[in-house]
Design a protein around this ligand. Structure first.
Ligand code: SF4
Length: 237
């Protein structure tokens, strides 16, 4: 088994019919054009797309403006600004005023601090909690026994309403604070404003999911063998 990207075979595992994927590339020459490109290279097979997006970024488009603002944040503050500061700086560079925060119930303390950070930069934050609407899980057909506290009112997360509330307010940028996996998908899909994620929920690893990769050769080796998980947990819904 390869121990580093460098040792990987340059052709896709599984032969020509396998999905071409940058995760199978050891050289990543697309960054500095200093090594060889594999036969399945996505840069080579997306030349038309590269030309089209280059034109888009060079036009007066929102995409062009945002890409350049992000590049400025990276260039000016590389390794010196925290992600919180980078997020605030990006909003300022884009000339945004109204910044929405889609927050998990469990991260409201951190959300209050983020709102303070934004206000200190003369931005106008509005947080919407995941439990907005207060719809009981049982009203959506979830058995009472599947609640964290059976027998009690337990509101479902409502990422679509979170997005709609921020859309109605007219947020210009939305910041995700720890939405559950799947709920974040629904929020992103329904948000009219661009979405940036500040906190990714991981209930086991202190909201730092990359730790599972760092420990994938030891304590979290199980993540490399999904088929070993109990079948009952893997059943399709
Ligand atoms: S675009 Fe090509 S060179 Fe870049 S990582 Fe993907 S396969 Fe490798």
């Amino acid at each position: 088994m390869p121990t580093s990207l460098k040792e990987k075979d340059p052709s896709p595992p599984g032969g020509e019919k396998a999905t071409a994927s940058c995760s199978n590339c050891g050289d990543r020459s697309c960054y500095r054009n200093d090594k060889k490109y594999p036969s399945f290279c996505l840069t080579l097979t997306n030349k038309k797309g590269a030309d089209e997006t280059k034109a888009l970024y060079n036009s007066d488009s929102f995409e062009g403006k945002l890409l350049k603002a992000a590049a400025e944040v990276e260039a000016e503050f590389y390794g010196r600004m925290t992600r919180v500061e980078e997020t605030v700086t990006l909003a300022k560079k884009m000339g945004f005023t109204k910044v929405g925060i889609a927050s998990c119930f469990a991260l409201m303390d951190e959300t209050a601090i983020l709102a303070e950070c934004l206000r200190s930069a003369d931005l106008d934050p509005k947080a919407v909690i995941c439990k907005i609407g207060s719809i009981d899980k049982c009203d959506l057909g979830v058995p009472d026994g599947m609640k964290l506290m059976p027998g009690h009112k337990e509101a479902t997360c409502n990422p679509v309403l979170q997005a709609r509330a921020l859309n109605e307010w007219g947020s210009e940028l939305n910041v995700v604070m720890g939405l559950c996996v799947g709920h974040d998908c629904l929020f992103n899909k329904n948000s009219e404003a661009p979405v940036t994620t500040l906190v990714v929920k991981d209930r086991v690893l202190g909201h730092n999911p990359v730790q599972a990769f760092y420990l994938s050769k030891s304590f979290y080796a199980r993540i490399l063998n999904y088929k070993r998980y109990p079948k009952s947990r893997l059943a399709k819904k």
